[in-house]
Design a binder for this molecule. Structure first.
Ligand code: NAP
Length: 434
């Protein structure tokens, strides 16, 4: 019997488990997560109105329900277990802890009240147990979002849809009540229209928003020679530039629209102005001029960073675990955003996880089994069973899942998420057999 530990029950951890299960019949996979619930980025990263993307949960749940897999929710790497303990208790260890931290812009005013990272904002609107309530935007009319990635578009959509537009989703009630009535969102892009990281389907989705006009200044999206070259030679760039060109010349929406989504290109944020709260965003334009944009809120959506884990090497600049095709140390592998940085869609994690899990299996197959490890694994489980905090196993998650769906039925929605850790634990806690 081969025993594997996976840390992180998000898509990359679960896709890796799936690969391991298909590669070896005589295997046990223990999956640990610091939150009491499974599904990581799918539950706490994908926007609540992206139900189609969330439907991958069914596939992921099928893997976790396999008899050879055990889920251990509310167990934190670095706090409850260490990489060293896992290495001595399992034949292989795969770390898939993602990249949950915000990156810093390094400008004055970044931490003023009213300035939030997308990491905080996304955690909040997705009902993450470690989220803090955000009321900064409840009374705001004008909000700037810095960054030209898909997370910026998620945040823009949610702010502009507001309570009425998000009411049918699984968004927590307390978030719905605090969404407010934002009328103008400014997406700030520091480079040109040919450099954005938005994807076309996410842009097309914006056109379908009710009561929102999309505003792009045609002079803002002129291409430089490098941009022209990419426009001519790179199909995704062509389609994205064409989309912005179309928006800049044809009105999207109608005169009755009460909300606007503005895209501003070639503007680098240099200061967030205000004394006790955000009052404006000061921007350096590529023309050399300066612009002061009066806003009451700012969301910094400029990418994510991983959390350093003791016991494995760390790449400070890229904020990830350095690896070769997923291999970090003997019998220790990584997968997902902690392996390659915060990029790609959920499906990207499948190929990424298959590579790492495949190489891990190859390595284990070449080694002599260590008869001590099953004993060490049992001792580790005993230690977890004896600690004060409880664990949520797969059955525990199913109780939470049922309760969320029941809440949803009562309010005509598919699900209403349970947010607070103590509520999740009171429903899902399991005492491990000692
Ligand atoms: P991202 O795609 O890497 O975009 C980050 C953006 O921040 C870039 O436009 C970058 O500009 C900008 N930026 C970085 N530092 C900046 C600074 N100091 N000042 C101003 N702008 C700065 O990251 P993300 O939006 O967080 O998304 C992460 C991943 O999740 C992406 O792969 C994304 O596609 C994926 N995702 C997918 C979906 C979906 O499929 N629906 C939804 C959400 C997220 P530069 O290019 O100039 O560096």
């Amino acid at each position: 019997m081969t025993n594997i530990a996976i840390v992180g029950a998000g898509p990359s951890g679960i896709f890796a488990a799936d690969e391991l299960l298909s590669g070896l019949a005589d295997i046990r996979v223990d999956i640990f997560d610091r939150v009491p619930t499974p599904f990581g980025l799918v539950r706490y990263g994908v926007a609540p109105d992206h139900l189609k993307i969330k439907s991958v949960t069914t596939t992921l749940a099928g893997v976790l329900a396999d008899k050879r897999v055990s889920f251990f929710g509310n167990v934190s790497l670095g706090q409850d277990i260490s990489v060293d303990q896992l290495r001595e208790s399992y034949d292989g260890v795969l770390i898939a802890t993602g990249a949950p931290l915000p990156r810093s812009m390094g400008i004055e005013g970044e931490n003023l009240p009213g300035s939030r990272s997308a990491a905080e904002f996304v955690r909040w609107y997705n009902g993450h147990p470690d989220s803090v309530p955000i009321t900064d935007f409840s009374a705001a009319k004008k909000v700037a979002i810095v960054g030209a990635g898909n997370v910026s578009l998620d945040v823009a959509r949610i702010l502009l849809k507001g309570k009425s537009g998000m009411a049918a989703t699984d968004i927590p009630d307390e978030v719905l009540d605090a969404l407010g009535e934002v009328s103008d969102v400014y997406v700030i892009v520091r480079r040109t229209v040919s450099d954005v990281k938005f994807t076309l389907s996410e842009l097309i989705e914006l056109e379908k928003m009710h009561d929102v006009e999309l505003i792009v200044d045609p002079t803002d999206i002129r291409l430089d020679s490098q941009g022209e070259h990419r426009y001519e030679n790179e199909r995704p760039v062509t389609r994205i530039v064409d989309k912005f060109r179309a928006w800049s010349t044809n009105r999207t929406g109608s005169e009755q629209d009460s909300k606007r989504l503005h895209f501003l290109f070639g503007r680098t944020p240099v200061e967030i102005a205000g004394t006790d709260h955000v009052r404006a965003l000061r921007l350096q334009m590529s023309s050399g001029q300066e612009q002061v944009l009066p806003v009451e809120g700012i969301i910094r959506s400029i990418g994510y960073a991983g959390v350093r884990i003791p016991g494995v090497p760390w790449d400070e600049g890229r904020a990830l675990i350095p690896n070769e095709c997923g291999r970090v140390l003997p019998r220790v592998y990584v997968s997902g955003w902690i392996k390659r940085g915060p990029s790609g869609i959920i499906g990207t994690n499948k190929a990424c996880a298959m590579e790492s899990a495949g190489l891990l299996l190859d390595e284990i197959n070449k080694l002599q089994p260590d008869n001590e490890r099953p004993t060490m694994r049992r001792l580790l489980h005993d230690r977890l069973a004896n600690r004060d905090d409880s664990i949520v196993d797969w059955e525990g998650w199913l109780r939470i899942d049922n309760a969320e769906q029941e809440r949803g039925r009562m309010s005509g929605r598919e699900r209403v998420k349970i947010v607070h850790r103590e509520d999740l634990l009171s429903l899902g806690s399991t005492r491990l057999a000692k």
